[in-house]
Design a protein around this ligand. Structure first.
Ligand code: SAM
Ligand code: SF4
Length: 314
């Protein structure tokens, strides 16, 4: 369906938990999050019903996120349920990759089409500094497990953090020489714990373009400009939510693990979906889509959401 500005809404980011085994410095507080009561987060049945209702409204791409989606009990069942709705749905997961060595094969068999794996650095010490609790081998082994399981269209999400991982760009570009993945550099967004960070932490993707003088722009894929260096198997994507606001082509809605629909990542507006079923649920999602604002106001007023990113899902 279309929103009130004529944008075709086809993409749902569905958060299955706000919990995570990492504590990334730009995503949540060091203490992590207080575990909610089981009854306060959407059950696997409710998540499935939401996916069905969204499909009936024209959603064709569903990405499971979190928190860390792979820590959610019942995730495999949910993937199977969503795949059971239709083969027409492109089902993806965004993950920190740490649990993929045990789960990649099962996820593939459950019908997951795509994985995006977050990896902000190739330096083990910087990895620990960013994730606070993780070790780089967990995520690197996860990437390997995903490739071995047959995910041949992997994307690596790398958030640019000035003064922290900006010295890693060259290593990431080298990674694309032999590894058939797309490394996507993403601008840091000033919300939640990041709101008060100093300006030098925010760098734009123009910075990466300096490294891409020999690369060819091969396509524009949704919100990403995709480049490839000569004789490299992988590609490089640039995503610029801050320096190049892409609201005019935004086709997404988000649903939080506690059942709130957010029509824009940066607005405070949320509508409740819990307790709704069938037509009522579909109507509530439709209403939510119709409230989608024209654009965010990050560059002037700042974000309006009070949530940290782990509570939204990226
Ligand atoms: N735990 C999973 C992961 O890390 O991939 C999924 C959830 S995480 C919130 C989704 C994505 O949001 C990750 O790629 C993460 O790097 C990104 N992210 C978190 N906080 C961000 C921020 N302030 N600005 C930009 N991206 C952010
Ligand atoms: Fe966890 Fe992902 Fe947030 Fe890192 S970015 S703390 S891995 S939810």
């Amino acid at each position: 369906m279309k929103d009130s500005y004529g944008r075709k809404i086809e993409y749902l980011r569905l958060s299955v938990t706000d919990l995570c085994n990492y504590r990334c410095i730009y995503c949540m507080n060091e203490e992590g999050v207080e575990k909610k009561r089981h009854s306060d987060i959407l059950s696997i049945e409710e998540l499935t019903e939401i996916a069905e209702a969204a499909y009936s409204l024209g959603i064709r791409k569903i990405r499971l996120t979190g928190g860390e989606p792979l820590v959610r009990k019942g995730l495999i069942t949910l993937c199977r349920n969503i795949r059971g709705i239709s083969d027409d749905i492109e089902l993806g997961i965004t993950t920190n990759g740490s649990l993929l060595p045990d789960m990649a094969k099962e996820l593939k068999e459950a019908g997951v089409d795509r994985l995006n794996i977050s990896l902000d650095t190739l330096n083990p010490d910087t990895f620990r500094r960013i994730t606070r609790t993780g070790t780089i081998d967990q995520t690197l082994n996860g990437i390997k497990a995903a490739i071995d399981a047959g995910f041949d269209n992997l994307k690596i999400n790398t958030v640019l953090l000035g003064g922290i991982n900006d010295t890693d760009v060259f290593e990431f570009l080298r990674m694309t020489e032999k590894t058939p993945v797309q490394v996507r550099f993403i601008e840091l967004m000033p919300l939640g714990v990041v709101k008060d960070w100093t300006d030098n932490r925010f760098i734009t993707v123009d910075f990466i373009e300096n490294y891409l003088r020999n690369a060819a722009l091969i396509k524009v894929d949704g919100v990403a400009r995709v480049y490839q260096l000569p004789n490299h198997r992988g590609t490089i994507g640039l995503i610029a939510p801050i320096s190049n606001r892409f609201c005019a082509s935004c086709n997404k809605i988000r649903i939080t693990a506690d059942g709130k629909l957010k029509s824009c990542l940066h607005s405070e507006g949320e509508s409740n979906l819990r307790g709704l079923h069938g037509d009522d649920l579909a109507k509530a999602i439709e209403q939510g889509i119709l409230t989608k604002p024209l654009q965010h106001h990050l560059n002037d007023e700042g974000t309006a959401t009070a949530r940290n990113m782990n509570e939204i899902g990226g």
